[in-house]
Design a protein around this ligand. Structure first.
Ligand SMILES: C[S@@+](CC[C@H](N)C(=O)[O-])C[C@H]1O[C@@H](n2cnc3c(N)ncnc32)[C@H](O)[C@@H]1O
Length: 106
């Protein structure tokens, strides 16, 4: 789908149809790919992702770490169902997906 289905025209994003997204909550595909490219470039020892949602970026990061042959991803989400679903898609060799308690009162 085109990002324009979820993002209205605004001064910062004049043509959201140039980007792709599965829905209005997840990252744009290009953003996930960019983060994967950063992981390939920087070769981090650890990566922390807060909010895995459906795991699109989680999987990009884990794939990049695997290609690097080095590093580990710690991801989390406050939504337990999302955590359980995404955890199944990430090799424990490259990452762990945990439940986050969230911030009290928020
Ligand atoms: C914009 S989505 C994340 C998009 C995702 N990273 C992707 O690549 O598509 C935000 C996610 O953060 C989660 N979330 C919200 N507050 C959080 C918190 N305090 N700690 C961890 N996850 C949180 C939500 O449940 C939701 O799944």
């Amino acid at each position: 789908m085109k990002e324009s289905e979820f993002t209205k025209v605004n001064p910062l994003v004049r043509d959201a149809s140039l980007w792709s997204a599965e829905d209005g909550e997840g990252a744009e595909l290009e953003v996930s790919e960019f983060i994967g490219a950063l992981v390939r470039l920087l070769k981090p020892k650890f990566v922390v992702e807060t909010g895995c949602y459906k795991g699109q970026t989680t999987r990009e990061i884990a794939r990049a770490l695997q290609e690097n042959g080095h590093g580990y991803l710690y991801s989390c989400d406050t939504d337990q169902e999302r955590v359980l679903a995404v955890r199944k898609t990430v090799s424990p060799q490259w990452g762990a997906v945990a439940s986050a308690p969230g911030v009290a009162g928020v």
